[in-house]
Design a protein around this ligand. Structure first.
Ligand code: FES
Ligand code: FE2
Length: 472
C-alpha cells in the first residue's frame, strides 16, 4: 500500500455500502483481515482518521505561551501551539510556499514567530503571515495574506488532552465526548500532569495492541503474579478455591454510544481493601500493600510508591467501627492530598469503582484512573504497515497547588522487551502482541472469537469503526 495519494483519496470518496467478508465485524467475533490487510489500513486512513476526534497531545506538552508540539497520524502532520494561557491552536504542518514542514518534534516558537527553515517565510501563532522575502515576486505582486495563512484544524481542550479533528464538518466535540464526559471530569483527569511518557514501537496492528487492554480476562494467564489462584488453575496445578472467587470476575464492562467503553472493578475491588483472599495468614494492611507494590514495581503508573507508603502507615492502627481497611486507605489518601492541596477525583461509589479500571475513548485512547494518578495509553497505526504500530504509555499524577510541573517530554523505547526500558506488567502485555499478530496471519484462521461480556468493548469499538468505514 502506498501513502494516501490523491488517487486513493478519490477512491475513498466512492460509497462503501458493505465490507467484504474478510473485513466484517461479526456478532461473536472479528474477521482477521481487519488486523492484517494493507487495504483495510488504507480504508482506515481514508475514512476514520480524517474524520474522528483524536487526542493529539496533553496540555503539559505545551505549558508556556509559544510552546509547540507535533502530532503525526499516517502521512499527515499537525502542530499544536499555545497561543496564550487559554488558547491552543492546531495547524497543518506545512509551509504554503513549497511545502516544508514548519515544525519538528517539540519546542518553542521564539517571540511567537513561526519561521520556515527553507526560505524564511514567517507567521504569528494565530497563523497570520508576517513576512515574505521578495513578496512582490509572488502572484504578480498581489499575494494576499489570506493566500498564505496557516490552515488550522478543529481543536478542543478537554480533560488535559488536546483533541483535534481534520474534518471541517465533523460532529461537535461535545457530542463525541458526551458518553464519557462526566466520568473524565469527575475523575479530575484534567489535573493529571506528566510523570513519565514512553513511546514503544510494537510489531502488531494498532487495534490488536489496544484490545489487549480492553479486558481483565487476560490477567491470570498474562500476569500470573497478579492473580495467582486463577493462574494456578490455568497452568494446571490443583487448587481448592471456587473459580468465582477470582479477581477478574469482579470486573464489569460497559460500552457507550460512539464506540467508547469502560471496565471497572465493582465493589469487590482490592483497590478498596477487598483483600481477604490475599490476606490468608498475613496482616491485611501488608496483604493489600504487597499487592499494590506489585503494581508500583511492575508499572510505576496508576498506583505510585507514595500511595503504598500511605497504606503502610495504617499498619497496627485499629480500624474504627463502621469503617474498613479500604475506607481507611481512602481516608488517608484524601487527607494527605488535602494537606498538600493536591487535586483528587470526586469521591462517589461509582468513581471509586473506577480505580483499577479503564475508560476507553474511541478510537485509540485509554485512561486508567486511580486516586490522584492516571495511566494513559494511546496507540497509533504505522503509516503503511498494518503489522506495526506505536504504543505510548503516559504515567501522570496531580500536583500539589503552586507546583509547576515539568514539560512533558517523550522517551523513545528502542526495545519493548528490554526490562530496563519497559517495566514488567506492560512488558507482559506487549510481549503477547507480536505472537497475536503472527497468529492472525495464519491461513487457518478466519476470525477471532469474542466473549460476550468480558470482551464487549472490543466488539463495541469495531462496530463504531464500521460506522466510519461504511456508508449508511
Ligand atoms: S518552503 Fe517555506 S519559505 Fe519556502
Ligand atoms: Fe494486562
Amino acid at each position: 500500500m502506498k501513502k494516501t495519494s490523491s488517487a486513493s483519496k478519490a477512491a475513498s470518496d466512492k460509497p462503501v455500502t458493505e465490507l467484504p467478508e474478510r473485513w466484517q465485524t461479526l456478532d461473536h467475533g472479528i474477521r482477521v483481515g481487519r488486523y492484517i490487510d494493507r487495504e483495510f489500513l488504507q480504508l482506515e486512513y481514508d475514512r476514520l482518521w480524517p474524520k474522528v476526534w483524536q487526542a493529539a497531545a496533553r496540555v503539559d506538552e505545551i505549558p508556556q505561551v509559544n510552546d509547540f508540539t507535533t502530532y503525526d497520524i499516517g502521512d499527515q502532520s499537525v502542530f499544536l501551539v499555545r497561543v496564550d494561557d487559554d488558547t491552543i491552536k492546531a495547524y497543518h504542518n506545512v509551509c504554503p510556499h513549497r511545502g516544508t514542514a514548519l515544525a519538528e518534534g517539540a519546542g518553542t516558537f521564539e517571540h511567537g514567530n513561526i519561521i520556515c527553515p527553507f526560505h524564511g517565510w514567517r507567521w504569528d501563532t494565530q497563523g497570520e503571515n508576517q513576512y515574505i522575502l521578495s513578496r512582490e515576486e509572488f502572484r504578480g505582486g498581489k499575494l494576499c495574506n489570506s493566500d498564505v495563512a496557516l490552515k488550522s484544524l478543529n481543536c478542543e481542550v478537554f480533560a488535559g488532552f488536546v483533541f483535534i479533528n481534520f474534518d471541517p464538518d465533523c460532529i461537535p466535540f461535545g457530542d463525541f465526548i458526551a458518553p464519557v464526559r462526566s466520568l473524565l471530569e469527575d475523575l479530575n483527569i484534567k489535573e493529571m500532569r506528566h510523570y513519565w511518557w514512553k513511546s514503544i514501537p510494537i510489531p502488531a496492528n494498532w487495534k490488536v495492541a489496544q484490545e489487549a487492554f480492553f479486558e481483565g480476562y487476560h490477567v491470570p494467564a498474562t500476569h500470573p503474579q497478579l492473580e495467582e489462584a486463577a493462574a494456578r488453575f490455568i497452568y494446571g496445578e490443583k487448587i481448592e478455591e471456587e473459580f468465582n472467587e477470582f479477581n477478574h470476575h469482579n470486573v464489569d464492562y460497559e460500552t457507550f454510544p460512539g464506540g467508547h467503553g469502560r471496565f471497572y472493578a465493582g465493589r469487590a475491588s482490592n483497590y478498596q481493601g477487598n483483600v481477604k483472599r490475599f490476606a490468608v495468614g498475613k496482616d491485611p494492611v501488608d496483604a493489600m500493600a504487597d499487592r499494590f507494590q506489585l503494581l508500583v514495581d511492575g508499572m510505576d503508573a496508576q498506583v505510585l510508591q507514595g500511595d503504598v507508603d500511605l497504606l503502610r502507615s495504617l499498619r497496627g492502627k485499629p480500624i474504627p467501627e463502621g469503617s474498613s481497611l479500604g475506607g481507611e486507605y481512602i481516608r488517608v489518601l484524601y487527607e494527605d492530598a488535602a494537606a498538600r492541596k493536591r487535586p483528587m477525583p470526586k469521591m462517589t461509589p461509582e468513581l471509586l469503582s473506577m480505580w483499577g479500571g479503564t475508560i476507553f475513548i474511541f478510537p485509540n485512547l485509554m485512561v486508567f484512573p486511580q486516586a490522584g494518578n492516571a495511566m494513559i495509553y494511546r496507540v497509533r497505526p504505522d503509516a503503511i504497515d498494518p503489522d506495526r504500530c506505536t504504543f505510548e504509555i503516559l504515567s501522570t499524577r496531580s500536583l500539589p497547588a503552586d507546583t509547576r510541573g515539568e514539560r512533558a517530554e517523550v522517551e523513545f523505547v528502542t526495545d519493548g522487551d528490554d526490562p530496563d526500558q519497559v517495566r514488567q506488567i506492560p512488558r507482559q502485555d506487549l510481549g503477547n502482541l507480536k505472537r497475536i499478530q503472527k497468529g492472525l496471519h495464519s491461513r487457518s484462521i478466519r476470525q477471532v472469537w469474542l466473549a460476550n461480556h468480558q470482551e464487549k468493548i472490543i466488539q463495541g469499538m469495531h462496530k463504531a469503526l464500521d460506522r466510519y468505514l461504511v456508508d449508511e
